[in-house]
Design a protein. Structure first.
Length: 302
């Protein structure tokens, strides 16, 4: 890598981390130290949807995030919404706290509890604008989904682009987490060529147990990332024998790809901490601020 390309990749890395986001579950929120102790004011903190957690618990956690000076981004799972009246009440709950953005997901429920079975139905309902919620994240699947076919994913993404354009919504894609940069880069180029204009926030795992990551990765369908790891020297074996996984190499690959592609829509990084929010936030902040330097594969354990 030349000095110029290295400098460009460094600038891209800082850009990706400038507004990194994290997420927490309602269950872990009560055991966390004050968010302002390890996150910059204004950081986007997503609140994960859990099927058996009451909505009011999500509301309470969302309120706590806002009171800590962060930007709460609650998940709303379409398949868990009973009906249109309930949807309006849920959005009203969020708007009453000043929440102006959320992440729409289909949800892990195999059988919808009501009429909504996909996020497009809620995006196109008009209820988001009615509640003043104009910033919306939607799920992206660089390595496919074990539950949704490729054609269906492509059709849904086209519909989300159309709705964003027609309704004036600020829609972004937040991807599932990946272990390697290559599948993310290839996917983003492919959907862009197919007409996607929505910015992409790349999901990465946080600093957590490699065993936990492998279990989640297999269940989420991130097979292509695992194949990349196997192709690397000591890939999966190295990961399994490491005490804490750090996504340094993936970040470097993403930064290099963004620097080399001026039309890239990859705008930011979203971390899935998997129970390790504090070390993940401190590490990401250190890299962003230049206190932790990532230079090559050997530095991935930095």
């Amino acid at each position: 890598m030349t000095a110029a390309s290295e400098a460009a990749a460094g600038a891209a890395l800082r850009q990706l981390l400038a507004r990194f986001s994290v997420e927490i579950t309602p269950r872990e929120a009560k055991n966390l130290p004050p968010l302002q102790d390890f996150l910059a004011v204004g950081t986007a903190v997503y609140v994960t949807f859990l099927p058996r957690v009451p909505w009011q618990e999500t509301v309470a956690v969302t309120r706590g995030i806002a009171e800590a000076g962060m930007r709460p981004v609650p998940h709303l799972a379409a398949r868990a919404v009973p009906d249109r009246a309930a949807l309006r009440r849920m959005l009203t709950d969020l708007a009453a706290m000043g929440v102006d953005e959320l992440l729409l997901v289909a949800g892990s429920l195999r059988t919808p509890v009501g009429e909504f079975h996909e996020t497009v139905q809620i995006l196109d309902s008009g209820y988001l604008e009615e509640a003043g919620i104009l910033r919306v994240g939607v799920a992206g699947h660089p390595e496919g989904s074990p539950d949704i076919g490729a054609d269906e994913l492509a059709s849904a993404l086209a519909a989300k682009n159309r709705i964003a354009r027609e309704r004036g919504l600020d829609v972004r894609i937040v991807t599932q987490f990946c272990f390697a940069a290559e599948p993310i880069v290839e996917w983003e180029r492919r959907i862009r060529a197919a007409g996607n204009l929505l910015p992409v926030h790349v999901g990465l795992p946080g600093l957590t147990s490699p065993g936990r990551l492998l279990r989640f990765g297999l269940s989420c369908g991130v097979g292509a990332s695992l194949k990349v790891l196997r192709a690397q020297a000591g890939g999966v074996l190295k990961l399994a024998s490491t005490s804490v996984y750090r996504p340094a190499e993936t970040l470097l690959g993403l930064a290099a790809a963004v620097a080399a592609d001026p039309d890239s829509l990859r705008r930011a990084v979203h971390f899935f901490p998997f129970g390790s929010l504090v070390p993940t936030a401190e590490w990401a902040t250190g890299v962003r601020d230049g206190r932790i330097e990532l230079r090559d594969r050997a530095s991935a354990s930095a």
